[in-house]
Design a protein around this ligand. Structure first.
Ligand code: ZN
Ligand code: MN
Length: 140
C-alpha cells in the first residue's frame, strides 16, 4: 500500500522518515513520540516540521488524529474504521477490529443520517495492572 504518490507535498527526507515511521505503526504515537524517534537521524529537524507534516497528512486522510488525550494528540496511520482499547495508566492504545451493532433509536438521531461510530474501551493494560497489584501488596 503506497499512498505517498497521492500526497501533494514535497517529500523531503524528513517527511519521508515521518511517513516511514508511521507506516504500519500500531503504537498510535504522539507528535513528540515521532519527533523523538526521528530527530536522531535529522538533528536539524524542528518539532514544527513534524507537527506541520502530521497536519498535512491528516488533511489528506492519510492518518487519523485521535483526541483521546486532550494534552497529547495521538496519530493513527490505520484510517479504516476500527475501535480502541485505551490504558488509563500509561496511555497505551490497542486496535479493536470487531464490529459492534450500535443502534440509535429514531428519536435519538436528532434528524442525523448516522454513518458510523467509534468506541473507546478504557482499562488497565497487563503491565499497569501488574504494577498496581504489586504496589497494593507492598503496602499491605
Ligand atoms: Zn498501561
Ligand atoms: Mn487505531
Amino acid at each position: 500500500m503506497d499512498d505517498r504518490k497521492h500526497i501533494s507535498m514535497k517529500l523531503t527526507p524528513q517527511r519521508l522518515a515521518i511517513l516511514e515511521y508511521l507506516e504500519n505503526n500500531k503504537d498510535h504515537p504522539s507528535a513528540s513520540d515521532i519527533y523523538n524517534a526521528i530527530s536522531e537521524r535529522f538533528p536539524t529537524m524542528s518539532f514544527a516540521t513534524v507537527y506541520n507534516t502530521l497536519k498535512t497528512l491528516k488533511m489528506k486522510d492519510t492518518i487519523r488524529e485521535l483526541a483521546i488525550d486532550p494534552d497529547k494528540k495521538r496519530f493513527d496511520p490505520d484510517t479504516t474504521p476500527h475501535h480502541h482499547l485505551i490504558c488509563t495508566g500509561c496511555g497505551k492504545i490497542v486496535d479493536i477490529h470487531s464490529e459492534f451493532i450500535l443502534e440509535l433509536a429514531e428519536g435519538e438521531k436528532c434528524g442525523f443520517e448516522v454513518t458510523g461510530n467509534h468506541v473507546d474501551f478504557y482499562g488497565l493494560c497487563p503491565r499497569c495492572k501488574n504494577r498496581g497489584e504489586k504496589t497494593f501488596h507492598e503496602g499491605s
